[in-house]
Write a protein that binds this ligand. Sequence first.
Ligand SMILES: Nc1ncnc2c1ncn2[C@@H]1O[C@H](COP(=O)(O)OP(=O)(O)OP(=O)(O)O)[C@@H](O)[C@H]1O
Ligand SMILES: [Mg+2]
Length: 271
Amino acid sequence: MPELSNAIEIRDLEVRYGSGHKAVRILHGISMDVPTGRTLGIVGESGSGKSTLAKTLVGVLRPSSGTVTIGGVGVTAARGAQRSQLRRAVQMIPQDPFSSLDPRCTIGQALAEAIDPRGANVKKHQERIVQWLETVKMPADSMYRYPHEFSGGQRQRVAIARGLILSPAVVIADEITSALDVSVQAEILALISRLRLELGLTMVFISHNLAVVREVSDEVAVLYQGEVVEHRPTAELFDNPEHEYTRKLLSAVPGVPGFSIEPETSPLAAS
Ligand SMILES: Nc1ncnc2c1ncn2[C@@H]1O[C@H](COP(=O)(O)OP(=O)(O)OP(=O)(O)O)[C@@H](O)[C@H]1O
Ligand SMILES: [Mg+2]
């Protein structure tokens, strides 16, 4: 993917569910850029359209109007080679690692399949799989074990490894800590903060939890009833919220206990 100043460009996005007179408009009037290597946080209450936006960014949902451009490639218009290029370059890390990991596949198989969906071969990709398990601080023997043998936090580490193993340029993280205990949330946040800096990822980090978004985002957009009502650098937004809805959200924010962006050393940093 070429180095562009904006990894993601969203223009006049409108997304509806359903068609004809039954169509319901979920998102509208959304225009935003995410500069390469930066993280845009998206906050908003349940039902505000955050996951709808995530799915539109990865091309799972087609917008009813407007465009999404990632790495200079139009997400809806992409066909053939460009489409497969986008599929590798843009990865979604899901909310619930239990339903996203196939219970019949070992962790090694899950990672091998992410590398090569058609010819998933753990032996062939073993070195890379082991390196990634180490990066996300999973024991090396977890590659022979199954998802149910791990805790929620460990499964989410595997889901993160799986999302990053193809070295995507853009990562869409939709509520990746909300299924976890508070103490484990902090661990996963520290992990994703470290990786996004080390790997220079461009990220869209979605959460209904403002405190969580604050820790990892350079900028934050506030989604309210399908519209972005405020979009500013993180510190500015938290210090001096302009929109009434943002103030309301902020007044209900506890911290993230135990979170700190300690730059842990990782095997990737050395290579
Ligand atoms: N497949 C669908 N068909 C019809 N309506 C849908 C569909 N998926 C979501 N919606 C509706 O779209 C709106 C936005 O949903 P979305 O999942 O994007 O919200 P969200 O901000 O991610 O919420 P949460 O914080 O609960 O995850 C909701 O009103 C929801 O009911
Ligand atoms: Mg959601």
